[in-house]
Design a protein around this ligand. Sequence first.
Ligand code: ZN
Length: 125
Amino acid sequence: MTHPDDDPEMISFELICPECGVSNPENAEYCLVCERDLRNTLLFLEDDSFDLEITSDSVIEYRKNFWGTSRTGKVIKYPLSEISNLEFGSPITRFKFDFNGKRHVIPLKNENMKSLKQVLNKILD
Ligand SMILES: [Zn+2]
């Protein structure tokens, strides 16, 4: 996958590995540290109660414990083809969508909501 506005001179370490949390170059194929496959990871967000991974075909939620210090091991995958009615709540930042006939709500930090909105709007356009 190449994008016409890719600038090979600019390497930004903006892709956080969903597995170990290390920042990788945006176009990294595998994590520099744990070698997790990052080819399908478009965005990874660390938030208070959830970590969210966005791939080209799904939103993956990694639930965290009450204190937000570690993951509970609960992972929910929402295929983009099966979610609808996206709402990026503002000023209260809650990401809402319909999936499996149910409304899902994921509270996110403001800055995370912005990145999520950008990426999902691009994929779902
Ligand atoms: Zn890693």
